[in-house]
Design a protein around this ligand. Structure first.
Ligand code: F6P
Length: 335
């Protein structure tokens, strides 16, 4: 059997560990042939595909980024009502010409949507959820998330000493797109006030929370803000909230935007192991002929869900999440 593998969308720690998990299982355990497709779905359009063997798979477990490269190519996206350049047909031709029996798609929400469409077009597809945002529907956790939360928590810890020294409010903006998962987990691990896109906030309540902290002898506060919260005037989340807090409370306030640091570098041990398990399971699905499915973590078990159920949905934070319930009980302000 010949399988093609691609990585698409924003990169994150753990992609290379997943590639390793898929390919080593395929080569060593099942005797399959593996081909790397470069730059996501663009590689299928450009016929940019290379064979992968054991030697191309060494040193990947702790390596950040993706050895295959990535892109945000959306080959099924319609322009003015028409599918541009008939990209789906070009991809199908490449897959046929190369004799690929299955395509493994590693990516976030956009990738799952494209993978589902590829499956609808008759291609054998297995996908794996990958994103620091943790917003892929159907899996409890995506690899990359734990690494991003660890990086954000480390940054928050570092802000504590400077915030305390100057008695300032520090606002830190973390990624997550439309979801607040990184802000929730890193905020609960080290912040005082946490703002998520899923929970509407009131700047007066945030001001009150900061002033109450002062009354309790805490002259500084760390505010963790998800990039996806609503702002006014096109301002970035951290800038907007820092300006509003300073105006509301009179406290000297500074902002930090953590940005792409959250996507770079080595994966945590948790992400390496999740990536390895998910990669291995993807190959198992291929061996069993179970196509059109996305690998998923449910509880502590690796399973799979139909791609058709995943596509187009987002997994967002809900207010009954135990970290929010527990945070509120302990006086954390969610805005
Ligand atoms: O999906 C991962 C992510 O890092 C989001 O958190 C962020 O909003 C987005 O990608 C940034 O996208 P780009 O890499 O295209 O700038």
């Amino acid at each position: 059997m010949k399988i093609g593998i691609l990585t698409s969308g924003g990169d994150c720690p753990g992609i290379n560990a997943t590639i390793r998990g898929v390919c080593k299982t395929a080569i060593n355990h099942y005797g399959m042939e593996v081909y790397g497709i470069h730059s996501g779905f663009r590689g299928l359009l450009d016929n940019d595909i290379v064979p992968l063997d054991e030697s191309s798979l060494t040193g990947l477990l702790n390596l950040g980024g993706t050895i295959l490269g990535t892109s945000r190519e959306k080959p099924f996206k319609r322009k003015a009502g028409a599918v541009s350049e008939n990209k789906p047909a070009i991809m199908l031709q490449t897959i046929r010409e190369r004799g690929l029996d299955c395509i493994v798609c590693i990516g976030g929400n956009g990738t799952q949507k494209t993978a589902a469409k590829l499956a609808e077009a008759g291609v054998n597809v297995v996908s794996i959820p990958k994103t620091i945002d943790n917003d892929v529907w159907g899996t409890d956790v995506s690899f990359g998330f734990d690494s991003a939360v660890t990086i954000a928590t480390d940054a928050i810890d570092r802000l504590h000493s400077t915030a305390s020294a100057h008695q300032r409010v520090m606002v830190i903006e973390v990624m997550g797109h439309k979801a607040g998962w990184i802000a929730l987990h890193s905020g609960m691990a080290g912040g005082d006030i946490i703002l998520l896109p899923e929970i509407p906030f009131d700047i007066h309540r945030i001001g009150d929370a900061i002033i109450n902290r002062l009354k309790k002898g805490k002259p500084y506060s760390i505010v963790v803000v998800a990039e996806g919260i609503p702002t006014i005037g096109g301002k970035k989340a951290a800038q907007y909230i820092a300006e509003e807090i300073e105006y509301e409370t009179g406290f000297e306030t500074r902002e930090t935007v953590l940005g792409y640091i959250q996507r770079g570098g080595s994966p945590t041990a948790y992400d390496r192991n999740l990536a390895t398990r998910m990669g291995g399971h993807a190959t198992e699905l291929i061996a069993q002929g179970m196509f059109g499915r996305m690998v998923a973590l449910k509880g502590n078990t690796i399973e799979s869900v139909p791609l058709s159920e995943v596509a187009g949905k987002l997994k967002l934070v809900t207010e009954d999440h135990d970290l929010i319930v527990q945070g509120r009980r302990m006086g954390i302000c969610f805005g």
